[in-house]
Design a protein around this ligand. Structure first.
Ligand SMILES: [Zn+2]
Length: 247
């Protein structure tokens, strides 16, 4: 697993400029967003199927336009080798880890792997927003002028520029080069949960929460914020969970 994981990270790093240039000039380019290859393109799920039990009825609502998206249909392009072989073995490793260990038992290597995984999901969500057209805010009028604009252009306040969107994606993708997450380790929180339902929410470039009932765990990561003390991260995380959970 470790060897394949490092091959994957090296591929992401080597193709950074090519992939970013390509998806900026053509948001819907059918290239592998991990290595840039155009061969054997498969659909890589934004939220891994094993995490939402492959239930086609479960969907995520994009907070920017309120349009529901089925998890099962939320995919980005990735080549067969990156998707099935390299990512596949990394996710098999994570699944085993989640089943075998309690949240408090993870060592640094394992914590770094989980952070990488959540950063990768964040990257996929960003790419998906860039590839999806805004359409209209569900429940309100269709405005032709904004309907064709990628959802990503609505991430921030009124003055979100394409430049800022591309820089955010570029920076997030860059975070996937590195295995060692050092100063970010306090930004990850792992919960043991007995909740039978799957839960997910996120805020682009700020945080992500994902609950995986089959392994009785939930994960929260602050994407950019760093903390001297894990307790401080915990307090702030609980505030956000209270605001978002079940909403
Ligand atoms: Zn690839």
């Amino acid at each position: 697993m470790d060897k394949k994981f490092s091959i994957l990270r090296r591929r992401i790093q080597k193709s950074q400029k090519f992939v970013m240039d390509k998806i900026i000039s053509d948001h819907k380019a059918d290239i592998c967003v991990l290595c840039g290859s155009e061969k054997e393109i498969t659909r890589e799920h934004v939220i891994p199927q094993w995490a939402f039990e492959g239930d086609p009825k479960k969907y995520l609502v994009n907070t920017k336009n309120n349009q529901p998206t089925n998890y099962i249909k939320s995919t980005i392009p990735a080549c067969r080798e990156c998707n099935s072989d390299l990512l596949g073995s990394f996710e098999d490793y994570l699944k085993r880890l989640f089943q075998e260990k309690d949240g408090a038992e993870f060592n640094c290597y394992e914590v770094d792997s989980i952070i990488w995984w959540l950063q990768y999901i964040g990257f996929k969500l960003q790419v998906m927003d860039l590839r999806s057209r805004f359409l209209r805010y569900k429940g309100s009028d269709y405005i032709p002028y904004i309907s064709d604009i990628p959802v990503a252009m609505f991430w921030g306040p009124m003055d979100t520029t394409p430049h800022m969107v591309f820089n955010t994606i570029r920076r997030t993708r860059r975070s996937l080069f590195k295995k060692n997450k050092g100063s970010k380790r306090n930004s990850l929180l792992v919960f043991n949960t007995s909740n039978p339902d799957y839960h997910f929410f996120h805020k682009v470039d700020e945080f992500i929460f994902i609950e995986v009932p089959q392994v009785n765990k939930a994960f929260f990561l602050f994407y950019n914020k760093e903390f001297d003390l894990h307790d401080n991260a915990f307090d702030e995380c609980m505030e956000i969970i209270k605001r978002n959970y079940g909403a």
